[in-house]
Design a protein around this ligand. Structure first.
Ligand code: FAD
Ligand code: UDP
Length: 365
């Protein structure tokens, strides 16, 4: 262990695991440090009652990139899960993303032209040429009814801020379709690795030395001597000791329960889009897989403000934080042998496919 390595990878999430795999494959020696007690970062899954439980929130692999899909499939067989979350607004159930099933339930319309007509009418009262915040963006996309029932409460709970104080681009991720199609992602490839993400990352890191419960920043000077190149996937501001101030995140709290019943909610993901329900969604993990078995495991997900020491989940991409990130990025470019990558290293809302793609690219370069 105490020899010199070609690459030291900080973090055993998908970004770190991809880089480590590529390093080993090209004949480089590699050491991975992980401050948690497990692999796979936020995609970590743990088996409970024979069900793969997504411990840090539901993770569905989806991509339009055939190379990334082929790469992921080297380490796992994927099932054919298609993400089709539901929204529960005070007991009314709506399909997501916003599509003809949603519009039919909301207004009783049957044809796309009827749905478009209602949305266009509602947009007339509240259309913004150049939306300045999430509320203006949402109203301009789908009109008042959908905004009030399916967006406002959920978003304000999730981000802990008023929709008028959030950037418009958060909502641009959500598709609006005039077909009866509940597939949440517009992706050519989609699925969940059979046996879970942890087993998948284990295969990526096969034959690579990984040290768990090891926080690189606690012993940075020591570890820096271990390798010629460092790939750091932790928070960029933590790396620099928060010298310019702390970047803000949203954090999450998960309450997981084993229930003595075979089926609790009939779907993997149900979002609670009203303001009153304190959690944002309930995940029933078995529906990501076969759905079989006498028991079920559910997780209530609560969004919370991040304070130092909490897990940083979602970078807050507002103007203030983006400016601060740019300053850290300038410092990062001056680090002679360290590459910053992944969701925390780049302070960007990146899905797993994007993280994989970027890690493959960084390695190639
Ligand atoms: P991480 O998974 O965060 O891994 C970084 C690792 O570095 C962690 O294990 C951490 O412990 C370790 N680390 C940090 N600092 C140090 C240090 N100082 N020393 C040692 N180790 C350190 N993506 C999708 O594609 N589909 C989804 O459905 C999806 N759902 C999501 C749901 C939620 C609730 C969240 C939060 C994210 C979701 N994502 C989803 C995004 C996905 O989690 C990320 O794309 C992916 O985990 C990023 O991988 P990463 O390696 O960059 O970061
Ligand atoms: N959103 C919403 N209602 C929903 C689901 C999502 O208003 O039922 C909004 C919300 O603002 C959220 C954004 O759409 O932040 C993006 O949602 P997505 O599910 O793509 O993001 P993730 O769960 O990955 O954060």
């Amino acid at each position: 262990m105490y020899g010199k390595y070609d690459v030291l990878v900080v973090g055993a999430g998908l970004y770190g695991a991809t880089v480590a795999y590529c390093a080993k494959k090209s004949g480089k020696s590699c050491l991975v440090l992980e401050k948690r007690a497990h692999l796979a970062g936020n995609a970590y899954t743990e088996e409970i009652e024979g069900i793969q439980v997504h411990k840090y929130g539901p993770h569905i692999f989806h991509t339009n990139n055939a190379k990334v899909w082929e790469f992921a499939n080297r380490f796992a067989e994927f099932n054919r899960y298609t993400n089709s979350p539901l929204a529960n607004y005070h007991g009314e159930i709506y399909n997501l993303p916003f599509n003809m099933n949603t519009f039919n339930k909301m207004w009783g319309v049957v044809s796309p032209s009827e749905a478009m007509e209602i949305i266009e009418r509602q947009k007339k009262d509240c259309f913004f040429e150049n939306p300045q915040n999430l509320e203006e963006q949402a109203l301009s996309l789908v009109g008042r009814d959908i905004y009030e029932k399916l967006i406002r409460g959920y978003t304000e709970k999730q981000w802990g801020r008023k929709c008028t104080e959030l950037p418009p681009d958060i909502i641009r991720r959500l598709p609006v379709r005039f077909t009866y199609d509940n597939n949440y992602f517009t992706a050519d490839y989609q699925g969940i690795p059979k046996g879970g993400y942890t087993a998948m990352v284990e295969r990526m890191l096969d034959g690579i030395e990984v040290l768990f419960n090891e926080d690189y920043l606690q012993n940075k000077e020591k570890w820096d001597k271990f390798a010629d190149m460092i790939v750091y996937t932790g928070p960029i501001d933590a790396y620099f000791g928060y010298c310019l101030g702390a970047l803000e995140y949203r954090s999450l709290r998960f309450e997981t329960e084993v229930l003595d019943m075979p089926n609790f909610q009939g779907n993997a993901v149900v979002n609670y889009t009203d303001r009153e329900t304190p959690y944002t969604r309930i995940i029933e993990h078995k529906h990501f897989e076969s759905g079989k078995g006498d028991k079920t495991v559910i997780t209530r997900e609560y969004s919370k403000e991040w304070v130092q020491g909490d897990e940083p989940y979602y970078p807050v991409g507002d103007e203030k934080n983006t400016e601060l990130y740019k300053k850290y990025f300038t410092l990062a470019q001056k680090e002679p042998k360290t590459v910053f990558g992944g969701r925390l290293g780049e302070y960007k809302y990146l899905d797993m496919d994007a993280v994989t793609e970027r890690a493959l690219l960084v390695f190639r370069n």
